[in-house]
Design a binder for this molecule. Structure first.
Ligand SMILES: [Zn+2]
Length: 139
């Protein structure tokens, strides 16, 4: 089971930089995927805004709830020797090999049917790990 571990301050910085297009809903990040022109959507020219629930307080609370709910699971998998910690301070390209490696450990424990579902869920997108994490770490 891959566990992408990110320090809380890094998580906060990532969450705080999110911008959404008012018109088409496209998402941007001021550090990782900034729009060509600040405040303007590349796709449709719409105005970018920060969601009201993206305030530092809300995010802090969201992170806290996440850790509270996930911590028992992390312990459970760690005790079974199935947890592989991946350093999430790095970008998705850097951590992907470790994620795949830990996923291979997981795959050996899955049935054929589950493997098909996993492959479909991952697709060929480099962002597949976001989905993997949602489905299998939080499941
Ligand atoms: Zn847009």
């Amino acid at each position: 089971m891959p566990y992408i571990k990110v320090p809380e301050d890094v998580l906060l910085a990532r969450l705080a930089g999110r911008w959404t297009c008012r018109k088409c809903g496209a998402m941007y990040h001021q550090l990782y995927s900034p729009p060509q022109q600040a405040g303007v959507c590349d796709r449709c020219g719409g105005e970018l805004y920060q969601r009201s629930d993206d305030t530092p307080e809300t995010q802090q609370h969201r992170i806290q709830v996440y850790f509270e709910q996930t911590a028992p699971l992390i312990d459970y998998y760690r005790k079974k020797g199935l947890l592989v910690e991946v350093d999430g301070r790095f970008g998705i390209d850097e951590i992907q090999p470790s994620c795949w490696a830990s996923c291979r450990v997981m795959i050996t424990l899955k049935s054929e049917h589950e493997l098909v579902l996993m492959r479909e869920a991952a697709g060929s997108s480099p962002r597949c790990w976001l989905r993997f994490r949602r489905q299998w770490l939080l499941a």
